[in-house]
Design a protein around this ligand. Structure first.
Ligand SMILES: [Zn+2]
Ligand SMILES: [Zn+2]
Length: 343
């Protein structure tokens, strides 16, 4: 009786997995959904969210997926990150090998609880078997780092969900853990499967420390992500020779620039003209904007203003825009209607 009961349960579970997989991936429209890309020398970078705090349906919160060496690395976890991963057919759980935070402003972290909890749930959108690995900067003092506080706070805030799903759905205890890796100062923070991630300090303003950007190197290919920053010499130094430079931008109309409330915010970010200067000095194969703030202005003006200081190749990022870094950098736009990239 026990054996047949066990078989029934097993059969039921297998049927569930098949049904959920079919449902999930037919909805996401991904013909051959694969968590991990086939091993190649290229780096594939997908902008999952190109916005900032504005709760825009067009631009989700900042998050960038970097795929290299058979690994999926996530940089920042802004609002909606789990939805964008689902659109790609990538699991928020088993599909993500490591998460790196640039700093602790809410727009970069708001999607993290969802990523963590959806990741340990049963189904192809979750099914993480191990702890979620989370990297983030510390201020170098003995005080708990931002990532340590986030991990501790999430465990406390959602202890009921963790308890219930462990008892009820037999989610493993390991899958509900968050493994924290904090660091201070410019250094290599990750080195696995030939993929090296270097964190470097950026200047997001005196009160917003620590704040870092990341450079990812894999063989001869590389991508550099600015995080949130003002014009910064340290970023230019670390981005030297990079193939793809993804930079934040904050563009205001002259009228908006007169508003006293916006002045301190604008002072923490990079104007299009300044970003153009960064691009001109770094000379990447391709420059791309993400974390795009447009106040009283538009994408066309953003291009024009950038071109006043930079005449090289530039993409204004869009959610799900994808860059393949090979001998050259190829850009693909997500086709929302067909729910795939063009071939
Ligand atoms: Zn931000
Ligand atoms: Zn910020």
């Amino acid at each position: 009786m026990v054996a047949s009961g066990g078989m029934t349960t097993l059969r039921y579970m297998l049927a569930c997995i098949a049904a959920i997989s079919a449902l999930v991936f037919s909805r996401s429209g991904t013909a051959s959904a694969e968590d991990k890309p086939p091993l190649s020398k290229d780096i594939v970078v997908t902008l999952l969210g190109t916005g900032a705090p504005l709760p825009s349906p067009a631009r989700f919160g900042p998050a960038t997926l970097v795929q290299a060496g058979g690994l999926n690395l996530l940089f920042d976890a802004g609002r909606g990150v789990t939805v964008r991963l689902f659109q790609l057919g990538t699991s928020s759980g088993s599909g993500i090998d490591a998460v790196f935070l640039t700093h602790y402003h809410s727009d970069h972290v708001a999607g993290l609880p969802d990523l963590w909890m959806t990741g340990y749930m049963f189904g192809p959108f979750g099914s993480r078997a191990k702890a979620m690995r989370l990297w983030g900067p510390s201020d170098g003092t003995s005080a708990p780092s931002g990532v340590a506080k986030i991990a501790k706070g999430l465990a406390e805030a959602f202890s009921d969900d963790v308890r219930i799903r462990q008892l009820d759905e037999h989610v493993s205890a390991a899958a509900t853990q968050i493994e924290v890796r904090d660091f201070h100062g410019d250094q290599v923070v990750f080195d696995e499967a030939g993929v090296k991630v270097t964190a470097f300090a950026v200047n997001h303003g005196d009160l917003i420390k620590p704040s870092v950007g990341y450079r990812i190197d894999y063989g001869a290919r590389s991508v550099t992500i600015s995080g949130d920053t003002k014009f910064d010499e340290n970023l230019i130094k670390h981005a030297a020779g990079t193939d793809l430079l993804i930079h934040e931008v904050f563009a205001m109309s002259e009228q908006m620039a007169k508003l006293p409330q916006l002045r301190p915010i604008a002072a923490h970010h990079t104007s299009p003209e300044e970003a153009g200067t960064v691009f001109s000095r770094v000379k990447p194969k391709l420059a791309a904007y993400s974390h795009i703030v447009l106040l009283g202005t538009d994408v066309r003006e953003l291009s024009t203003r950038t071109q006043s200081t930079y005449l090289g190749p530039l993409e204004i990022g869009e959610d799900l825009m994808r860059f393949t870094i090979g001998d050259r950098v190829v850009t693909k736009r997500w086709n929302a209607e067909l729910r795939k990239y063009p071939d």
